[in-house]
Ligand binder design. Sequence first.
Ligand code: NAD
Length: 246
Amino acid sequence: MRLSNRVAVITGAARGIGKKTAEAFVGARADVVVADLDAEAGQETANQLKKDGVRVTFIKVDVADTLSAKAMIEKTIEKFGKIDVLVNNAGLTADGFLIKMDEAQWDQVIAVNLKGTFNCARFAADAMVKAGSGVILNATSIVGRYGNIGQTNYAATKFGVIGLTKSWAKELGPQGIRVNAVAPGFTKTEMISSVPEKILDSIIKKTPLRRLGEAEDIAKAYLFLASDEASFINGEVLSVDGGLVL
Ligand code: NAD
């Protein structure tokens, strides 16, 4: 019941960490908007999560598109009357070594991970400021703390997301809005499906808890930060990585 009577929008919630976060929020009795670019998977996730006593709906969004992000927030308010929590989870990778990375790879990752976070937050924050309360949670990464080979574009966005988090925490805190980020380590989702087994094994060996993350591990951190149990936590980056240092 930690989120009862709260309305939460979770981007990238069709699958992976976003889906598990939506599941955790529904379990805590929040009304949840499953927002994603993938309409088929998003709709299916929303259908799976529906249960008595909570409202769950799917809204199609391309977070990289300003008007689409604006429409997502407007539709949420139309449907549920307010927005209490935004989880900026949608993200992607387009890896490559620096000298081989082309402009399209750079632009795509910046557009979704960094501009997408800005796009959704600005419209959600507008509604939250009017309401005098709210929580914004952003997805950074262990790569946003230490950098990583082959991830110039991704690291730039995830370091950037920490900058957004700290700036918004200062700017929006006085208006009753908390802003924090979660920094997952390597977590078993589609996102790491193309990482070679050998590299994952070496990551496990370097992780003091000797395993990869599960999407549920990350979902629990979002749930905590969204709840009143985190009511004095603002501008923080919570690492959920088993103690791994890249
Ligand atoms: P995933 O690839 O399983 O899921 C990402 C979701 O985002 C998908 O449903 C996809 O359709 C959606 N999405 C992509 N582009 C979008 C757009 N433009 N608009 C709306 N939705 C879009 O990935 P995941 O592992 O669940 O990652 C979720 C977040 O966690 C990402 O921000 C990622 O960078 C971060 N993260 C993941 C890991 C990991 O190891 N899996 C580690 C650190 C951080």
